[in-house]
Design a protein around this ligand. Structure first.
Ligand code: GLN
Ligand code: ZN
Length: 752
């Protein structure tokens, strides 16, 4: 019985990678120093896993920004527009500049599109491929990381994004012929993998892990033939390490499993947490023969302690179905915080129930020892591990449950026709740049260095500034700028009962951006109003309408670690009830626009189509519960951080919001047409520029985007806004961008 993990957080225990990358981007540290920080972080992970007793330690799970971007660069898929990104630099400096340009844009070259990694809150960069892309092994990252670990005396198994996942997650570059698919490059890509495997083998790698999470999706499941072709080819190589094809985020189904079984790969990794039906699938294909099953039984996505007894019994059931069983996490531990040890501020009753990455490693090791038959000391340890107490009564709130029962199902609010004569109204998504002063004020207040009175004075001064700036820019519907919020979920979690927040539980969201997801452990309620004071203050400073800003129930769940002792829909209703009360209070205070952000509605969509309807049912019901109490005279906005609506376009109408703003800049307004085509008749604010990039969009560019949107939507339904909040930008970027946006709207209006 051996043990492994599919991957480990790469940001460093103290977010060292964030600081180093941001220092490098700002020109404060040279490439050499960035590389040195990265090497130290990798060493830290390997030595930690090795000291904990993990048998098979992964390498190449590190990334400066994103592993899909790494893979694109590794195989030479660098779009033409980045050719000049190195700007005369050479060697390593040129490499890094090109790499980060693909992630963040440079000059006039927009970055690669960024999108969610499956149903997680991690984002990857979407490789752009075309029939003229000639895949080649263009990099040495997996090899050099393997060699670094080997130099430290730690044998590792390099982890690669598998060819199917790489190609199915890539998109056709602009200009690729209709009907051409990145998967068409499979036969050209296989030899590149083969070359890499040969190099790794020559360097001493005994096993290579190829990650194929795409097999948990409908798209992946539809490509069983390609899967078999790819792994028969790689498996058939003479000169190669053992291959582990690792899948996660759901079951892959008997079809793909059987196909993998037919190939010569030695090991298959399955996620038994999000795809417990895999056990039946293995039986359905009459076991895995002499292949090794890498059994993902410790949840890599959530923070609850593993139910050791249950894991042991499912592992026990698998022993006869494969040649060998390796205990693992369900997926990479990238998605959970690093260590619980520092979280001394948590309620001990809750803390006792939690496991972060470091603790999950111990759970894997413990399970491995238990299955190998340990002695008495182990028995005692197992007993302790088993004894995770049931949730105490103090985690429940009978009043919330009674109110929800009384409310039952709520219909969508009757949408207001936005045709009140105004066209192309300009607004923003909520947050304004968080200046050093604002962050300092929050930190000082948290640490008790300034009084609450002083803190509120500073926040009000910031709101004054942001309101005055918006009036000066000429925006129509204003916001208070969210200076009091560290994070759109955390802010609410800190004020709602039933949530706990961590001190240092950081998880990578994209690039150097990390979030600290709260832990939703008990029944949710609102002890007092959450936002009313700030919003009414902002409204008191202007005659233009100010939009109240709330985070919706689905997003509160999506970006938290959520209790798993009741259906998500029940938990969402509790959050929705608190928001419903908040909206009533905002209306009473005279606020006429309320935005309920559902940034993550699409993200929680199950990976498999047959599960969508059940999810959308509860997600829509929760949004309606939150908003259906609002008066007809209130404009309810919602905002979503993505643009691939394909499967939820109907749901957006069903939410019943008057205005929906979405991320569209990177997909050139296609979705306005999609929404119109699907019968969406309410207001729409397709993001007219990409706030994820520091680039300032020109008036002409925004104008063109608006004109193209107008081909699919009437002017009174078109709202003009950036594609997300501005908090991650500087004023130097945000202000000119907004001025250009307002000017573009003015020009388009003038031509109507
Ligand atoms: N209102 C939030 C903001 O502007 C929305 C952010 C988001 O959707 N991610 O920051
Ligand atoms: Zn957004």
């Amino acid at each position: 019985m051996t043990t492994t993990v599919h991957g480990y957080p790469r940001i460093g225990p103290d977010r060292e990678l964030k600081r180093a990358c941001e220092g490098y981007w700002a020109g404060r540290i040279p490439a050499g120093e960035l590389d040195a920080v990265a090497a130290r972080l990798r060493r830290g992970v390997w030595t930690e896993l090795s000291a904990a007793g993990i048998d098979e330690i992964p390498s190449n799970t590190f990334s400066y920004y994103d592993h899909m971007l790494d893979t694109a660069v590794l195989f030479g898929a660098v779009p033409e527009r980045f050719a000049g990104a190195a700007g005369g630099a050479e060697g390593r400096e040129a490499e890094l500049r090109t790499y980060f340009a693909m992630a963040r844009g440079s000059g006039d070259a927009p970055p690669l599109e960024m999108t969610k990694w499956f149903d997680t809150n991690y984002h990857y960069l979407v490789p752009e491929l075309s029939p003229t892309t000639r895949p080649r092994l263009a990099g040495t990252k997996p090899l050099s990381e393997f060699t670094q670990a080997k130099g430290l005396g730690i044998p590792t198994h390099p982890v690669l994004v598998g060819p199917l996942t790489f190609l199915l997650l890539a998109k056709p570059a602009a200009g690729a012929p209709e009907g051409w698919r990145p998967l068409d490059l499979l036969d050209e890509l296989i030899p590149c993998y083969a070359e890499l495997l040969a190099q790794l083998s020559a360097a001493g790698a005994a096993v290579v892990q190829l990650d194929e999470p795409v097999l948990a999706t409908d798209d992946g499941r539809a490509e069983v033939a390609a899967l078999e072709r790819a792994y028969s080819a790689l498996g058939g190589l003479a000169d190669r390490p053992e291959l582990l094809v690792s899948t996660y985020f759901g079951a892959i189904g008997p079809g793909a499993l059987d196909a993998l079984k037919r190939t010569p790969v030695e090991r298959i990794g399955l996620d038994l947490v999000s795809g417990p039906e895999s056990v039946a699938d293995i039986a359905a294909v009459s076991g895995l023969g002499d292949k090794t099953l890498v059994a993902g039984v410790v949840d890599g996505r959530n923070v609850w302690r593993c139910d050791i007894a249950a894991a042991l019994s499912s592992l026990g059931a698998l022993l006869g179905l494969a040649g060998r069983v390796t205990v693992s996490t369900s997926c990479s531990l990238l998605h959970v915080p690093i260590d619980l040890a520092g979280e001394t501020g948590l309620d001990p009753v809750l803390r006792e129930r939690l496991a972060f990455a470091r603790q999950k490693v111990d759970e894997v090791v413990l399970l491995g020892r238990a299955l190998s038959g340990g002695g008495d000391a182990l028995a005692a340890e197992l007993d302790r591990a088993r004894a995770a107490a049931p949730a105490p009564a103090s985690f429940r709130d009978p009043r919330v449950r009674a109110r929800l029962d009384a409310l039952g199902d709520t219909p969508a609010r009757v949408g207001r026709d936005a045709g009140d004569g105004q066209v192309l109204r300009t607004t923003t998504i909520g947050s304004f740049p968080q200046t050093a002063d604002v962050r300092r004020a929050r930190a000082d207040h948290r640490a008790g260095r300034i009084t609450t009175g002083e803190y509120e004075r500073r926040m009000r001064a910031e709101i004054d500034r942001v309101i005055a700036l918006q009036e000066d820019i000429g925006l129509d519907v204003l916001v208070h700028g969210e200076p009091e919020r560290n994070d759109m979920v955390q802010y609410f979690a800190e004020r709602l009962s039933g949530f706990a927040t961590t001190r240092g539980g950081w998880v990578q969201s994209y690039g150097s951006r990390c979030v600290r997801p709260p832990i939703l452990y008990g029944d949710v309620s609102r002890p007092e109003p959450l936002t009313v004071d700030w919003i009414t203050y902002a409204q008191s400073r202007t005659d233009r309408p100010v939009k109240g800003m709330l985070t919706g129930p689905v997003t509160m769940l999506a970006w938290s670690f959520v209790r798993d002792d009741q259906p998500l829909g029940d938990t969402a209703r509790q959050v929705a009830l608190a928001l419903r009360d908040e909206i009533a209070d905002l209306e009473r205070a005279g606020i006429r626009h309320v935005q309920v952000d559902e940034a993550a509605l699409r993200e929680l969509l199950p990976l498999r189509g047959d599960r969508h309807a059940a999810y959308l049912d509860w997600a829509i019901a929760a949004f309606r519960l939150a908003t259906s109490g609002a008066a007809a005279s209130t404009t309810v906005h919602t905002h979503m951080c993505y643009s691939e609506f394909g499967r939820i376009v109907g749901a957006i109408e069903a939410l019943g919001a008057d205005v929906t703003s979405v991320e569209a800049a990177r997909s050139h307004m296609e979705l306005v047409g999609d929404l119109a085509g699907a019968g969406y008749r309410r207001g729409i604010g397709p993001g007219v520029y990409d706030i994820h990039s520091p680039r300032v969009p020109s008036v002409a560019e925004i104008e063109a985007a608006l004109r193209s949107a107008l081909s699919a939507v009437e002017p009174h339904r078109l709202w003009v806004n950036p594609d997300c909040g501005l908090k991650t930008r500087d004023y130097a970027q945000a202000e000119p961008a907004l001025r250009n946006m307002v000017e573009a709207a003015r020009r388009v209006r003038a031509d109507l």
